[in-house]
Design a protein around this ligand. Structure first.
Ligand code: NDP
Length: 296
């Protein structure tokens, strides 16, 4: 029987844990604060940010939201980041990407105080993660690790294939999987659009993580019997629904489920975990900045 990895349920457990941590911090006079900054009128970005704010409210984190006109000069964004860096009530800062073309994304990431960089994208935090001393693990890779931990999927000695090498998912996840640490110690191959014979790589893997952004392109024929399949992909495809589209992963769920030992659905797999791990990082940041020990 294929085990369906229920990201919603795991995320709900983690959120409960986080709520407890928020209460402990409150008892010490600290209310964790997360600032989201949106410089875009993209509908998907607006939705993501409002979901993050709602998540904060649910666990007792103080959500602060700043909107900047996408036409405004880049300086306005940098001044906002500077103010938030210096605001003691703000423990985490998240600038929703993408930013407009006239703003340099890398400069934005570098402008955020690394201690408040709850996305884990600042070069200092990337370096610490690679060195095995992560301050903030980026939310999606961290969420994937947590799912593997909850479902007791052995990574030590396993052959893992990560499909995708982005800075936010593929690269950090591969780094976590190779670390000498729990949910690490996997022999990890990173694949991308130039990989030759992808099916041969995924077909030999005990764990396949799909993070390419290509709808349903990994199917059952590309998997080894009993493999664990983690589908990070979220892709909109035309469909006969009220919205006119449906969300699908990078994995062809129907055929993959027949072969896999365990598999995440889309939606309801990695997505809820990404959201939960942002709250996790915010609470961790608040504890560190306030000098309060919290158990997470
Ligand atoms: P990017 O577009 O930044 O990276 C995609 C990666 O996949 C690239 O490395 C690319 O290779 C590789 N790739 C593209 N096509 C193929 C192919 N045919 N075969 C092998 N590799 C391929 O995407 P992200 O990492 O930001 O996101 C990946 C997916 O995950 C998207 O669907 C996104 O929506 C989703 N996502 C979901 C999250 C969640 O919480 N569930 C969070 C973040 C992302 P190359 O480098 O050569 O171009």
């Amino acid at each position: 029987m294929t085990e369906i990895i229920d990201g919603k349920a795991v995320a709900s457990d983690i959120r409960e844990e986080i709520t407890g941590c928020v209460e402990s911090l409150e008892a010490e006079g600290v209310t964790p604060g997360l600032a989201t900054v949106l410089m875009s009128d993209d509908a998907a970005s607006e939705t993501y940010v409002s979901m993050k704010q709602r998540d904060c409210e649910e666990v007792g984190i103080n959500g602060i939201h700043v909107e900047i006109d996408p036409e405004a000069p880049a300086e306005e964004l940098f001044e906002t980041i500077d103010d938030l860096n210096n605001d003691p009530e703000v423990h985490g800062i998240l600038v929703q990407l993408p930013v407009p073309d006239h703003v340099d994304k890398r400069e934005v990431i570098r402008a955020i105080d690394p201690a408040k960089d709850v996305d884990g994208f600042h070069p200092e935090n990337v370096g610490r993660l690679v060195a095995g001393d992560a301050r903030f693990k980026p939310c999606t890779p961290h969420g994937v690790q947590k799912l593997l931990e909850y479902y007791e999927i052995e990574t030590e000695g396993a052959d893992a294939v990560v499909v995708g090498r982005s800075d936010i998912v593929g690269k950090p996840l591969a780094n976590l999987l190779i670390q000498k640490a729990p949910q690490g110690n996997a022999t990890t191959t990173v694949c991308h659009s130039r990989t030759d014979d992808l099916a041969a790589k995924t077909g030999d893997a005990d764990i396949v993580v799909a993070a390419a952004g290509v709808p349903e392109f990994i199917d059952g024929s590309m998997l080894q019997e009993g493999a664990t399949v983690i589908d990070v992909g979220v892709n909109r495809v035309d469909a006969d629904t009220d919205k006119g589209y449906a969300l699908v992963g990078d994995v062809d769920y129907e055929s993959a489920e027949e072969v896999a030992g365990a598999i995440t659905p889309v939606p309801g797999g990695v997505g809820p975990m990404t959201r939960a791990m942002l709250l996790y990082n915010t609470v961790k940041a608040a504890g560190e900045q306030a000098g309060v020990d919290i158990e997470l």
